[in-house]
Write a protein that binds this ligand. Structure first.
Ligand code: DGY
Length: 429
């Protein structure tokens, strides 16, 4: 397919998955509004329909909880093709039925992008409308996912990280007692090859964590104290650090200077906290189980997000580049979600190996900002090649380029339009 045809197909996917103001990730497998999917989708819409881009994010924030949390799924209407639906979550924190935890906070970064693409009065007004909501969400993250002020951000469920079955969660997840789980039927494996999805043992524990949090009424303070899973995630930590820098820039641009000191405090707390996630043996940032104090032992795609978070000093950037080159010589397509040299790597199983376009977008952006145009461009070119050969799939094998998971996937289409499409190559090279 020519580039023009692919650009058009990508736009058609976003339009086809649009439910009237918000976009589902893909029909069938994920029939609701997902948090970070929607925000990346907005970045894709911004290339041809700016109004629709703002609307996507505004609708996401319609589901914000009273305490500031923005849920990972908004169940705007019932759809029996997905499990676990609203009755399993049992939440009542916000105006729209939702799941009970959040997802990576990319909104401030993308809102800043939208404003840079279109600085009109109308766009500025929409950014001003979103600013206090994003601020409230970041405050919630800092208060309830870093309750001890360590400068690292925990996830209370593997799904909160957005990287559901990452090997980094295995030990902490195995320690979760399976209890209070009603008999259930998974729906995901009827949409997608089970070989590409998490195992049943994982699902039993995903549901046990939901049951434990439901018992404490999803009160964020109680959840932080009692949740059987509480693991500091380099992915969320780096994405939030980056998002706080972008929120600070937005505060300056929008004339909201009264909030800057608070945001600056978050930036410096997260900057110094990142050192706690550094595994000196691996020379990479990894996850830290806050219940046991144990660091994990594998390089994941989030390890490459340090430059995206603005952490690209001589102690970090060369190590990131060394891992990049080592892994780049092992697999044909970067960046696998887990280290191919690790025994737990599986090239087609969801977050245990496959390449995800939107993660590449973020890693590449960080490398480019750190002055590493060559590695940034390799990521763009690899992402483009995967989409050119496999279409707009959910994720891809880093070894064989096989397209995996759901098809006609919104964020893959959005990332193509915003960054991977070859017309962006000259800017990056
Ligand atoms: C799922 O249902 O697999 C989702 O990834 C949860 O967010």
């Amino acid at each position: 397919m020519s580039q023009n045809d692919l650009d058009q197909t990508a736009r058609d996917i976003l339009i086809g998955n649009d439910q009237g103001g918000y976009t589902v990730p893909t029909k069938g497998l994920y029939p609701y509004q997902w948090n970070w999917d929607s925000v990346f989708v907005a970045r894709g819409f911004a290339t041809f329909n700016p109004d629709r881009a703002w609307r996507e994010i505004e609708l996401l924030f319609e589901g914000q909880w009273r305490d500031g949390m923005v849920p990972h799924i908004l169940f705007r209407k019932d759809d029996p093709s997905y499990f676990p639906g609203p009755s399993v979550w049992g939440t009542d924190g916000g105006p729209i039925p939702s799941s009970g935890h959040s997802q990576p906070p990319v909104a401030a970064t993308i809102v800043r992008d939208l404003l840079e693409l279109d600085g009109s009065d109308a766009a500025t007004g929409r950014a001003k409308g979103l600013f206090p909501k994003i601020l409230h969400w970041h405050r919630w993250y800092m208060e309830y996912r870093d309750p001890d002020g360590l400068g690292v951000v925990a996830v209370i469920h593997p799904w909160e990280s957005g990287r559901d079955n990452l090997p980094d969660w295995d030990d902490a997840l195995r320690a979760v007692e399976v209890k209070d789980v009603e008999p259930y039927v998974r729906k995901d494996t009827s949409h997608v090859d089970p070989e590409m999805r998490p195992h049943k043992e994982d699902y039993d524990r995903y549901l046990s964590i939901v049951a434990a949090c439901r018992k404490v009424g999803w009160d964020p303070e109680k959840v932080a104290r009692t949740c059987p899973f509480f693991v500091a995630d380099p992915g969320i930590t780096f994405i939030l650090l980056r998002a706080c820098r972008d929120l600070l820039a937005l505060a300056g641009k929008l004339g909201l200077k009264q909030h800057m000191a608070e945001i600056e405090g978050w930036v410096s707390r997260l900057e110094s906290g990142a050192a706690r996630l550094w595994n000196p043996d691996l020379k990479a940032h990894v996850a830290l189980d806050l219940r046991t104090g144990k660091l994990t032992d594998g390089v994941s795609s989030a390890s490459f997000l340090a430059p995206y978070a603005g952490l690209a000093g001589p102690d970090v950037l060369p190590a990131v580049q060394d891992h990049f080159d080592r892994i780049g010589s092992k697999v044909r397509y970067l960046m696998p979600s887990y280290d191919p040299d690790h025994p737990k790597f599986e090239h087609l199983r969801y977050w245990r190996g496959p390449v995800w376009a939107m993660v590449n977008f973020m890693i590449s952006r960080g490398l480019s900002e750190a002055g590493d145009a060559a590695r940034a461009e390799r990521l763009r070119a690899d992402t483009a090649a995967l989409i050119q050969s496999g279409g707009f799939a959910e994720y891809f094998s880093p070894e064989t380029a096989v397209a995996a998971g759901g098809g006609s996937f919104s964020w893959t289409a959005a990332i193509w339009l915003a960054w991977a499409t070859p017309s962006h190559a000259e800017q990056a090279a």
